[in-house]
Write a protein that binds this ligand. Structure first.
Ligand SMILES: [Zn+2]
Length: 446
């Protein structure tokens, strides 16, 4: 393979540490040089200190106008629900029956899977999401479609076919055997292929029998590098239902513990109604929590306790997630905005650096992928985005009076949307450009 070098020059932010422990962890380089070799950073630093390398490599740096930032990581979302975002007025268990299950039935058709996977990945790029942990439907073809589309775009994605064999429409149920076999076939076909990882994905405890949860534990034991993702303690009725369904388990999280589903590669969505025992189990098993604030507010589930989660670092790792379609926006700026407000309601003010870290470096650490993604540093894969105030005079005006990088980032969180995602780069290659997407047609028709 020929070595390919690319270089970019511009303003850049990255993290030198964890902003929950170090107030100086956000690093701002006003004139940065990024040199990328075959998709990975080989130099990141001040332009003037590094520019001699350009001459040696006989390349020049492309100037980027806007703020270069690590690509966003979404720890929990459902690609099949992209068309039910913003459906009105239900709480969790009704939401599933009235919106989610009918939408997921359509994924029996592979053509629908492919079309939706394409739409979802394009939407990720438009919103600056370069890695996500994604739930598919019960149909193995839904996962295959997402993996194939991710391969085409060379994206680092984690996904799995949902396992569900009870308390759901018959056409959305697998069996213990078919769920195991289909998951394993997908693991063999896609796990660790290019940048893909598989996640064993039981939807949540109520929709899997004891035998199915046991079979998930067996899959994880047989394939220890595979992730596990599921939901936990999102809604009070759900917690009561789980207690009824699993009388032998002493708390919600202990259900998953009892079936050997808790590993450092387990990502649990929500965790709003954790009791003392749940928190200590989470800590003991070093699990990852995906905080989904826009979903929790929209479906009326409750407020995630970020303060307690952070107090349990480093054993418990936490990051942010859209949880679309329960969440209302795939854009991580919107997720950070809601996360800030959810914490405010609990007298805990997250800083802009903390919000960005939970959606980049912190989320990558939570996935044990910090050796690959989540930051802008030498050796990592060059997934990054460019933030720039496009088409919003209100934001441009407000940013003009911002006095520090922290203030600018905070304004972007509070006022921004995906118009601020000027570009998204995967392994150093631009895969989305706001300007081209919004103006190319305009210009070409002149
Ligand atoms: Zn979810």
């Amino acid at each position: 393979m020929n070595t390919e070098y690319i270089a970019y020059r511009g303003e850049c932010i990255r993290f030198s540490g964890n902003p929950f422990q170090d107030q100086q962890a956000l690093e701002y380089i006003t004139d940065a040089l990024l040199i990328i070799e075959n998709g990975r950073y080989t130099y990141v630093g001040d332009y003037h200190s590094g520019k001699h390398r350009l001459a040696t490599l006989k390349i020049s740096a492309t100037k980027i106008s806007g703020l270069i930032c690590p690509g966003f990581v979404d720890l929990h979302c459902h690609y099949p629900q992209i068309d039910i975002i913003g459906s009105y007025g239900k709480q969790l268990l009704d939401w599933l029956n009235d919106y989610t299950f009918p939408a997921e039935l359509a994924f029996a058709d592979p053509t629908h899977c492919q079309a939706t996977a394409k739409k979802f990945i394009s939407s990720c790029l438009r919103n600056g999401v370069t890695t996500a942990a994604v739930y598919c439907t019960v149909h193995p073809q839904s996962a295959a479609a997402l993996f194939e589309e991710s391969l085409t775009r060379n994206m680092r994605m984690i996904a799995g076919k949902v396992l569900m064999n009870r308390n759901a429409p018959t056409d959305l149920c697998d069996t213990v055997q078919s769920g195991y076999d289909d998951s394993e076939a997908l693991i063999n076909r896609y796990h660790q292929k290019q940048r893909l990882s598989y996640a064993v994905t039981p939807r949540f405890a109520p929709t899997s029998s004891n035998e199915q949860l046991e079979s998930c534990g067996a899959l994880l034991q047989k394939h220890p590098s595979v992730y596990c993702q599921t939901h936990v303690a999102e809604n009070k009725d759900e917690v009561a239902w789980v207690a009824e369904l699993f009388p032998q388990s002493s708390s919600y999280l202990s259900v998953y513990r009892d079936f050997n589903l808790l590993t450092p590669k387990t990502i649990l969505g929500h965790a709003i109604y954790f009791n003392e025992q749940d928190w200590s189990l989470a800590k003991e098993h070093q699990i990852t929590l995906a905080h989904c604030p826009s979903s929790n507010l929209f479906i009326g589930s409750g407020l995630f306790d970020m303060g307690t989660a952070i107090a349990h670092q480093p054993e418990i790792t936490t990051g942010l997630a859209s949880d679309i379609g329960g969440g209302t926006n795939l854009c991580p700026l919107a997720t950070m905005n809601e996360a800030y407000k959810v914490s405010q309601l609990q007298s805990n003010s997250l800083t802009a650096a903390q919000c960005f870290w939970l959606q980049t470096t912190g989320a990558a650490q939570a996935l044990s992928l910090h050796g690959n993604i989540g930051n802008i540093e030498e050796g990592l894969e060059a997934d990054f985005i460019v933030l720039r105030a496009n088409d919003s005079q209100d934001i441009q005006q407000r940013l003009a009076s911002a006095e520090s990088i922290e203030e600018k980032l905070f304004v972007m969180i509070m006022m921004g949307d995906n118009r601020l995602i000027d570009a998204t780069y995967i392994m150093g290659q631009r895969q989305h450009s706001y300007q081209i997407e919004n103006y190319a047609h305009h210009n070409s028709s002149r």
